[in-house]
Design a protein around this ligand. Structure first.
Ligand SMILES: Nc1ncnc2c1ncn2[C@@H]1O[C@H](COP(=O)(O)OP(=O)(O)OP(=O)(O)O)[C@@H](O)[C@H]1O
Ligand SMILES: [Mg+2]
Length: 267
């Protein structure tokens, strides 16, 4: 900033073209650096947010294990142990991401996999996140089309969507996760997509709130409950995967958030 002040001084004293060019360069560098730092701050907070989600899923699995052990239902423990282990592995990956986010903030892995398989493998974990009172329905397409993106970050995105739906239904309700093959929602761009739609029967979102929900740190939840980082993290992931997001919502009726992810070219 001191260089910027020095150039402003030079410009005020002697309006010379070279100084003007220099101020443009310095301003660009300073603002650019501030923007980069802001993006790193948001990303680091977002990764910490997803890490915390994983701690919550681990805590839910452990408390369910305690209930099952107390009731003598040892046969149900296997799937809960898997949920806790999966959460632990994910938390480890997120901790690593947190340590490297300032060095390579846009790095995402590239895995080739079927969306339906990913969802099926998460169903116990998602039921654990939801607890009692919320019914989870999976309506999976019969397509075996594969997508290419970071499967771990997709899992984090699905958990964020499902947690938002859960929070929108404090008295319980239904969450449906549907997959299908689609075209781009923005008109035909020559690319095929697989869509993942999470629909709930919750409180819905009013139109004035709808325009803000992807802003980092925007939340309607009480302080200490929501951080407003779930949807920005989903947006970042979908952007990196070259996909699209659509939100449809009706106050008092429910919300549907649809992710479009490009299908991988079959070789
Ligand atoms: N399914 C939904 N139904 C109703 N409102 C929603 C839904 N999903 C998101 N929202 C609204 O969007 C806001 C932002 O969501 P986001 O996931 O970014 O943050 P958050 O859920 O408030 O906080 P956190 O993710 O840290 O718990 C929410 O506070 C809520 O008002
Ligand atoms: Mg959220």
């Amino acid at each position: 900033m001191s260089e910027l002040r020095e150039v402003i001084g030079a410009l005020q004293g002697d309006a010379d073209f070279k100084a003007e060019m220099r101020i443009a360069r310095v301003f660009h560098e300073t603002v650019g650096r501030d923007n980069d730092m802001h993006m790193i701050d948001v990303l680091a907070s977002g990764v910490a947010h997803d890490f915390n989600n994983r701690l919550q899923t681990m805590a839910s699995a452990l408390s369910l294990m305690r209930v099952h052990v107390a009731a003598g239902r040892a046969s149900d423990l296997g799937s809960l142990i898997e949920v806790a282990e999966r959460s632990l592995v994910s938390a480890g990956k997120l901790a690593h991401r947190l340590m490297t986010v300032a060095r390579k903030p846009v790095h995402q892995s590239d895995n080739l996999f079927q969306l339906n398989d990913a969802l099926l493998s998460m169903s116990d974990l998602l039921r654990c996140v939801l607890g009692e009172g919320i019914v989870l329905r999976l309506a999976l397409s019969d397509s075996e089309t594969r997508i290419r993106c970071d499967s771990h970050l997709l899992e984090c995105a699905i958990i964020n969507l499902v947690m938002n739906s859960r929070d929108a239904m404090p008295l319980g309700g239904i969450i449906t996760i549907e997959t299908s093959k689609s075209h781009s929602p923005k008109g035909d761009d020559g690319q095929e997509y697989v869509s993942l739609c999470v629909t709930d029967s919750g409180c819905g979102i009013t139109s004035d709130i709808l325009e803000k929900i992807f802003e980092p740190f925007f939340t309607m939840k009480p302080q200490g409950v929501g951080t407003g980082l779930g949807l920005p993290m989903i947006h970042h992931f979908v952007d990196q995967a070259r996909g699209h997001i659509e939100v449809h919502s009706m106050p008092q009726q429910g919300t549907c958030i649809k992710l479009y992810l490009p299908t991988a070219a079959e070789s």
